[in-house]
Design a protein around this ligand. Sequence first.
Ligand code: ZN
Length: 202
Amino acid sequence: MTPPNFNDEILLTKMLNVLENDIVPMTQKGVELGNKIFGAAVLRKSDYSLVLAETNNEMENPLWHGEVHLLKRFYEMDANKRPPTSELIFLTTHEPCTMCMSAITWAGFDNYFYFFSHVDSKDAFAIPHDLKIMKELYGLDAGGYNHENAFFTAKGIVEGINSLNSDKKADLLTQVDRIAKSYDEMSATYQNSKSENDIPLS
Ligand SMILES: [Zn+2]
């Protein structure tokens, strides 16, 4: 299998719907419990159907970022019902931190799509740790790693929508704004509650 076509309108539409209808409701509940706002999902390359969605669960374990928590749950699925990762698309709400991008790599995915970029995380969400880790450990600036490499190809969903030449583009961008607004609200809730949690990098 090869990475999916990153400018496929049907795929971009499906990913926005999974974000809005599957990930955001889980994350709203997670944030109420004190968890961060990050989530993830996996979809089949064949028909873009959803296999699994998950959200951050750092209140249980600081390693349960949205992406790693999804992978934990994925490997708890019945092995007979679990598609091989080579057949899947990895969707993440925010461009992954170094732990998560390595986890996605080690699990065998050849792609990931993110809704918010590293730059968005720094500017809009007041959660600077992934960028600080990239800089301190690897000397890299926001987004400064190889988005296309021997293991995976990584793309921004909004960038993909902006590159579409389609009648539906305006509707998709309206949905993008709506999803971004939900994240602003969840972020405010998280920031207000984070002094009460024991998460090491809160
Ligand atoms: Zn992470």
